[in-house]
Design a protein around this ligand. Structure first.
Ligand SMILES: [Ca+2]
Length: 506
């Protein structure tokens, strides 16, 4: 038996290597679905005891699943890392608002690289990497742009980050290739329908990237009543029912999309990748897959994400336990597309191509470090004061975390192999591990610090998306809009939320 097993192993190695070689430059259509504020635990395939997600479960069942895959603790940071192959701070992104969500103009994007390789590129939903025209996806490699403004539909912040006025999750005004269109329907349905229409219109033989990024299930929990009704009475409170209803609606849309690919006859030419963009939010009270932390924290529960890669006939369903993350997305898709990276792109990308792991879940994968940092320090303070506040660095086995530090760290160490739930600080027992990971963290900060180009950025008085809308349809800012865009009032609200709410209620 032993010799048969050994000879099978000898056979398997060259097969896996040749499978990777076959995937490289295979140029599939790529559909990327990234949901907003859905946690790793908000999927029934991951063990959620209440939520039913049959179509996401199908992507899980039929795909390659990365089981230790990490994104950033919040929205815009993750999206920038996916598009550039490097940590968000190197893209200038240290927040989700206040001009600090804008993707540095000098960065090369995945959409640009794929377009240069002959792909057609479209985005449908949330962008969240800059609302001023110079930052739009149409200037960052996307042929087709169908997006809402800000980090969420209807949001208004001081400066550039803000959506069209009066928008809600129902019938939102959407920016379509530079002009607003007044849509009809629920936002997630609208984004998927538009994406499917665009996909159906693509010429056969020209591959495409469709980036579908619903704003759901991000708060405010504006949900179709029939979707909320699916969970009313099954969960302890109305908000969870709304939140699960929003996820169920996403799942329905994924089902429609998969059926459409079949109808169009492109199911086997299309790689569908599914992820969520940060740790859990509205669902963690029900199920957080045993993890510590959620969105906005540097713990495992703040960054672990679903990462399903389904390509029928080409990728064999499997779990891949290798430590991987959002920074690997760019080099992976570039390799699949057969894109040539120029020197600038090669220097920019810190991630690694996952193609060897897509071909063989046990492929050689040297250990590495991944960093998470929540950012979000107050405007006007030095980032260096926040270097060790809500930051972490990990390799496959260990995670080093500093929650309450500032200019100096307060390191805690966790042995993820024995304690993935991060219950026990073992720093005192492993000073060598602490020192080694801390050195890597410091090197990462030193490399990132000069690239934080949005610190101290000048802000416009009015949200550019709103101005554009008023130019197109008439009207102007209400007093409420002006209050929300007032940086002084905003800062007051940040410092003293209760007092600001009282004042606003007067
Ligand atoms: Ca998010």
């Amino acid at each position: 038996m032993k010799s048969i097993a050994a000879s099978l192993l000898v056979l398997a190695l060259p097969l896996a290597a040749s499978a990777a070689a076959t995937l490289s430059g295979s140029r599939p259509n790529i559909i990327f679905i990234i949901t907003d504020d859905q946690g790793y635990g908000d999927i029934s395939a991951h063990g959620n005891p209440i939520l039913q997600t049959p179509h996401l479960d199908r992507l899980h069942r039929e795909g390659v699943r990365f089981t230790d895959f990490h994104v950033s603790p919040t929205c815009a940071p993750t999206r920038s890392a996916l598009l550039t192959g490097r940590h968000e701070f190197k893209n200038g992104i240290t927040h989700t608002i206040l001009e600090r969500e804008r993707l540095a103009p000098g960065a090369v994007t995945l959409a640009e690289v794929l377009r240069a390789a002959g792909y057609r590129t479209g985005i449908f939903g949330k962008w969240h990497l800059g609302d001023e025209p110079a930052y739009w996806p149409s200037r960052r490699g996307f042929d087709e742009m169908f997006i809402h403004g800000a980090g969420g539909i209807g949001q208004t912040y001081p400066g550039s980050c803000g959506d069209a006025p009066g928008n809600t999750y129902f019938d939102p005004a959407i920016l379509h290739n530079g002009k607003f269109v007044r849509t009809r329907g629920y936002c997630t349905d609208v984004f998927f329908a538009q994406a499917m229409q665009w996909i159906a219109g693509q010429k056969r033989g020209t591959p495409f990237l469709a980036w579908i990024s619903p704003n759901a299930p991000h708060a405010p929990l504006q949900v179709r009543p029939e979707d909320e009704a699916r969970y009313s009475g099954k969960v302890p409170d109305a908000n969870t029912a709304k939140y699960f209803g929003m996820v169920a609606n996403i799942d329905d849309n994924v089902g429609r999309l998969l059926a459409r690919l079949q109808e169009l006859g492109i199911d086997r030419d299309t790689l569908v990748v599914f992820m969520n963009d940060n740790g859990g939010t509205g669902g963690v009270r029900i199920f957080n897959a045993g993890m510590r932390g959620q969105k906005g924290s540097p713990w495992i529960g703040g960054t672990r994400a679903s990462s399903f890669w389904r390509w029928p006939g080409r990728l064999q369903p499997a779990d891949v336990p290798a430590l991987a993350g959002h920074i690997d997305f760019f080099p992976t898709l570039a390799e699949l597309a057969g894109a040539k990276l120029d020197d600038q792109a090669r220097r920019q990308v810190d991630g690694r191509s996952l193609v060897p792991l897509l071909a063989n879940p046990r492929a050689d994968w040297p250990d590495r470090t991944l960093v998470a940092h929540v950012g979000r320090w107050p405007v006007g303070t030095s980032p260096d004061e926040w270097k060790y506040r809500n930051g972490s660095i990990r390799n496959t086995r260990w995670q080093l975390v500093s929650i309450d530090g500032g200019r100096e760290p307060q390191w805690q160490l966790f042995d993820l192999k024995a304690d993935y739930a991060e219950t026990t600080n073992v720093a005192a027992a492993h000073p060598d591990v602490v020192a080694s990971l801390a050195r890597s963290y410091d090197a990462w900060w030193a490399a990132s610090r000069p690239l934080m180009v949005n610190e101290g950025a000048k802000a416009p008085k009015l949200n550019p998306m709103k101005e554009l809308y008023w130019q197109q349809f008439g009207g102007g800012p209400s007093q409420e809009d002006l209050d929300k865009m007032d940086p002084v009032k905003f800062a007051e609200g940040q410092r003293n939320p209760k007092k600001a709410a009282k004042k606003a209620a007067k």
